[in-house]
Write a new protein. Structure first.
Length: 269
């Protein structure tokens, strides 16, 4: 399967491909939804004029044409293209059971996914869903991305780069102070079944504040499954709270990401 998306209005093409040479035991046998067959062993999902907030869904069925039971794998390549590769949400699930195979941005789902054993003559259907989030901005206008998805009847880990570790994404750089805490929206980008875990804390950026014993704020623990967004309340250090009260805003550093955040009072929104 090859995924191509263009946006400003976006055009999506998703090409589903069966096994790698010389293995021909896995065959693409049926497609539904926005998928249509295109040549031997492949199909294309097209979605012209994909706008922020739009989703496209289709299914593809693969069959084991070999003589014996085979272990089935899905290989997802590293995306090739522009900013759109970091904006799209790609989700692959087993159409019958609903079990998640991969979820996240194309970069997050890159790797080799084990799908279990497929008996001789048996078929299995997978659902592909691609979403351009409503939050997608002008930075993805005119961008494109290509991702190859391919089924194998042998372990693809020997020729696929190791899947990236799950990555924590912070949604906003400007946050409100409420009752001494700031509310962060966290999202975990990674393979289905993985999660982002750890602790976050805030630290004033002013040198004089960092030297005080109470400069560092208390830590907040997070545990976010891949593909999920969750809110986290993080205490703001006293020195930064005082600065917000005096000036209406304060710049703090989020650790261990070392990311700068601007904290403002509700009155200064």
């Amino acid at each position: 399967m090859t995924l191509r998306v263009l946006t400003a209005a976006a055009a999506l093409a998703l090409v589903v491909i069966a096994g790698r040479e010389p293995d021909r035991s896995v065959e693409l046998t049926a497609v539904t939804g926005a998928l249509s067959t295109s040549g031997h062993g492949s199909a294309i999902l097209s979605a012209p004029n994909l706008q922020p907030g739009d989703s496209v869904t289709a299914t593809a069925t693969v069959r084991n044409r070999g003589e014996g039971r085979r272990r089935l794998f899905l290989e997802s390549s590293t995306p090739r293209g522009g900013a759109l590769g970091a904006a799209l949400e790609l989700k692959v699930t087993d159409a019958r059971t609903g079990a998640s195979v991969a979820v996240g941005t194309p970069a997050a789902v890159a790797g080799c996914h084990a799908l279990g054993r497929l008996p001789a003559g048996a078929a299995r259907t997978y659902r592909f869903s691609v979403t351009l989030p409503r939050s997608a901005g002008n930075e993805v206008a005119g961008s494109s991305v290509t991702v190859d998805e391919r089924w194998h009847a042998s372990d693809c880990r020997r020729h696929v780069a190791a899947a990236p570790a799950p990555r924590l994404v912070i949604s906003h750089r400007r946050v409100l102070l409420r009752r001494g805490r700031v509310r962060l929206v966290l999202r975990c980008a990674g393979l289905a079944g993985s999660s982002c875990r750890g602790r976050l804390w805030l630290w004033p950026t002013a040198l004089a504040s960092r030297r005080t014993a109470a400069a560092r704020g208390r830590t907040s623990r997070y545990d976010v499954p891949a593909g999920v967004s969750r809110a986290l309340l993080v205490p703001l250090p006293r020195a930064a709270r005082d600065r917000v009260r005096r000036r209406g805003r304060a710049v703090v550093r989020l650790h261990p990401q070392r990311m700068l955040l601007t904290v403002v009072s509700p009155r200064s929104r």
